[in-house]
Design a protein around this ligand. Sequence first.
Ligand code: GP9
Ligand code: MN
Length: 421
Amino acid sequence: NSDDITEVNNYTKSNYAKPNPDYFGLGKGMNVVYFHLESFQNFLIDYKLHGEEVTPFLNSMTKDKNTVYFDNFFHQTAHGKTSDAEFMLENSLYGLPQGSAFMTKSLNTYQAAPAILGTHGYTSAVFHGNSGSFWNRDEIYKSFGYDKFFDSSYYQMDPEDLAQYGLMDKPFLKESMPLLKSLPQPFYTKFITVTNHFPFPIDKKDASIEPHTTGVSSVDSYFQTARYADEAFKQFFASLEKDGLLDHTIIIMYGDHYGISKDNNKQMEQVLGKEITPFESTGLQRVPLLIRVPGLVGGVNHEYGGQIDLLPTLLHLLGIDTKEYVQFGTDLFSKQHDDLIPFRNGDFVSSTITSIDGKFYDSTTGMELGIDKLAKAEKGRNMAEEKLLLSDRVVNGDLLRFYNPEGFVSVDRSKYNYHQK
Ligand code: GP9
Ligand code: MN
């Protein structure tokens, strides 16, 4: 009830991180493009296979003069996989401990990015070359206030261009350009790619690097589909430039979750040439985050963060304060950014402590913490638990029904209809 939302509100207000004036409003009024890097883990960045870079274009983006590359950024997804990542980045609420909120909570009231930005004159759209009902997207996007959802019915789905989960990334992005250009600006958009998805199948004609040599085919071909995704992104970036969008568009590239599961830790030892301890395995849950804003001074940022932090970070870049919103993450650029990153299994990481399965490690050295540090670590674990608990309370109780942030126009689901065929 409304008492519960008051408690949640008190929590998120007390956890609020105020914008850093050096970054606040840097991208005011600009378009936004989220580029979803399917199953993309951070270890791929700068990784060399057979003497070649696997993802040369993304590697070059980490050094782009307008791009900040976060190299301690973690995915926080659970059973909802892609949908959990989307749920966090649109709402700054955690995915559920079981199942997917996209499937079970699609009719809730949300104060999601598309609706917030809608009140600031933005048109919102998702591009995805798979059936709109996958992950129940065509329902929950209405609750988020997405104006448009270009699903597979908007694309030429030639059988020879199909991957397991829809249109291959290159034709998908190519066909997306006219749709993107048809949108009024400024726009808030998300492009969900599919080619780099387990078990990472790829035709010889599409593979421009030889597979890895662990002998497990899904691990070995992961590097080939990642290369393909890198080439697709390069092509997309060039189209944005050609169409004159680059100088007033924020581009956020993020990995949604791991591609190589813990079951393949043996193969990963071969890939990385080191033992995969529980600490290393948790470290492998890093996914890339690159934020490109025209005018931003680029570089590598070592701040610890997670997908829960994306929405407040973006809103502050757009010059929109998040104080009135119920959001569980905090702005990555804020001096008060909260770097305690909970995972859905109760583990957490922060710049100082990594908590795995009841054991605590020093995040820099990977050594188990001494007895003198345990009290602080326990406190961290309680804080992580509290965040998840309060967020679950919001989602399970549909508590945003009882809350009206100032200036926010609530979403009318009946306004939206995405299907054309
Ligand atoms: C399907 C795609 C894959 O539309 O987003 O989802 P995943 O299996 O990674 O959750
Ligand atoms: Mn995914």
